[in-house]
Design a protein around this ligand. Structure first.
Ligand code: PEP
Ligand code: CO
Length: 465
């Protein structure tokens, strides 16, 4: 799609003149071009109005008036576009957000890694399989996980569009039909919690939450005249902006509901982020993301130099709009104290006010004794608690959290109140990429954050495990 160039010399495909990493090459380029032509014609999945709404909500998050919960699969598969997995993921995110709302005493903005989180950056283009070198799995919108299906197939881009659209359609249907009515937290099953003490604490949070909801019901504070705040919720979708041909095809010139002028919106998701491997300031991905109106995320890792981070922010958000950029830090539990203070200081000195989010997953991946990839619940909590603490010590504030999680009872991360061990991992290890928190572990994290806020109000520190 070649379209008008805006006054910053940006167009939806100006990235094509920049160096690109993690690119996909197709054997049959004519076929890929035909697919992109089709994508160019397909309708938007999200609207400019929804995108601007999220942008406004993220401004409130950056100002500390609201908290961000972002979560979902590492690699979403086309197969997850089905009733049960969609319901399970929506349910866990809604329940977590209710616990966080109660704990932090602020509203929670929910962004799922869902309805489009199909493309994966890989550390190596090939891998060994049964003594043979084969192409790595790059995500369902590039190739198949089956070793026989590793050739990049452009038809998968259309598959990505239609699976995203069907997933989003079902999410919207569920929310319109009362799925988000969270008045019954007492139904939550806490039987997975092995420790009596922890179960008692969680139960007490559920009881207090139920009481608060009952009270609001009694005084009419949750009636429909109050925008159905407790029975229906805003819910946004996001994915990593990795396959730029796909992102460009869904980038549309639409009338901004705010300025009534035409602007470029990525209509394939409300929020897009740039991963740790593709955030080169002069590279194609940063060039693409700087021109769209959507709020955007940037992964920040231990190899991100503070000066480079500011360079990227100046490029992506030259007007220093509050909350336009979400910085998703993922240092690893041992690196937070070393790295985060410099990043906070550099960003502050440059006059940017981002949304600060902690992704305690991607810096804490380890090999379990059986060889599979796992993450330890204690490392995840450790990174989170260090991040809360460092922000506080630096006079800043952690505005949100980002998790790889699923609503199902998988066994991919060890620990949590179920106390999963390396030996348990083979019971239900499902992920095609990184290990995710399961339903119970996800709720564990939400309860721990709620407890953190409770303790903070009583001037104590992050709860230790
Ligand atoms: C991810 O979020 O799935 C991911 C690959 O993260 P990162 O870019 O931070 O490594
Ligand atoms: Co991942």
């Amino acid at each position: 799609m070649t379209t008008n160039i805006n006054n910053n010399n940006w167009s939806p495909d100006s990235w094509k003149s920049k160096p690109i990493v993690q690119d996909v090459t197709y054997e049959d380029q004519d076929h890929a071009d035909r697919v992109v032509n089709k994508l160019n014609r397909l309708p938007p999945m999200v609207s400019a109005t929804e995108i601007e709404k999220l942008r406004e909500q993220l401004k409130q998050v950056a100002l500390g008036n609201s908290f961000l919960l972002q979560g979902g699969d590492c690699a979403e598969l086309f197969d997850y576009c089905s009733q049960d997995p969609i319901e399970a993921k929506l349910k866990v995110l809604l329940q977590m957000s209710l616990v966080l709302t109660w704990g932090a005493r602020t509203s929670v903005v929910r962004i799922a890694r869902m309805a489009g989180q199909y493309a994966k950056p890989r550390s190596k283009p090939t891998e060994m399989h049964e003594g043979q070198e084969i192409l790595s799995f790059r995500g369902d919108n590039v190739n198949g996980f089956d070793p026989k299906d590793r050739k990049a197939d452009p038809e998968r881009l259309l598959g990505a569009y239609f699976h995203s659209a069907a997933t989003l359609n079902y999410v919207r249907t569920l929310l319109d039909s009362g799925f988000a009515d969270l008045h019954q937290p007492s139904n939550w099953n806490l039987s997975h919690v092995r420790s009596d003490a922890v179960r008692g604490e969680y139960q007490s949070i559920v009881t207090q939450l139920t009481d608060a909801l009952d009270f609001m019901g009694t005084v009419g504070a949750d009636s429909s005249s109050n925008n159905n705040a407790l029975t229906s919720v805003d819910f946004f979708v996001s994915h990593e902006a990795l396959l730029l041909e796909y992102e460009t095809s869904l980038t549309r010139h639409l009338t901004s509901p705010l300025t009534k002028t035409k602007k470029y919106y990525n209509t394939g998701a409300h929020f897009l982020w740039i991963g740790d491997r593709t955030r080169q300031p002069d590279g194609a991905h940063i060039e693409y993301i700087r021109g769209i109106e959507n709020p955007v995320g940037l992964k920040v890792g231990p190899t991100t130099e503070p000066g480079k981070l500011v360079e990227i922010l100046d490029r992506v958000n030259p007007n220093k709009e509050i909350g336009k950029v979400t910085l998703i830090t993922r240092f690893g539990a041992d690196n937070v104290e070393k790295n985060l203070p410099q990043h906070i200081e550099a960003v502050r000195n440059a006059g940017h006010i981002p949304v600060w989010v902690c992704d305690p997953m991607h810096g804490n991946t380890k090999n379990a004794s059986g060889g599979v990839k796992t993450r330890h619940f204690v490392d995840i909590i450790q990174e989170l608690s260090q991040t809360f603490r460092v922000h506080k010590n630096c006079g800043s504030k952690l505005n949100g959290v980002h998790f790889e999680l699923t609503g199902d009872s998988v066994t991919e991360c060890v620990g949590g109140s179920m106390d999963l061990t390396d030996e348990d991992l083979s019971t239900n290890y499902q992920t095609y990429c990184d290990p995710r928190l399961n339903y119970e572990q996800s709720l564990d994290v939400a309860f721990l954050i709620a407890k953190y806020y409770q303790n903070e109000r009583n001037s104590k520190d992050f709860p230790s495990l």
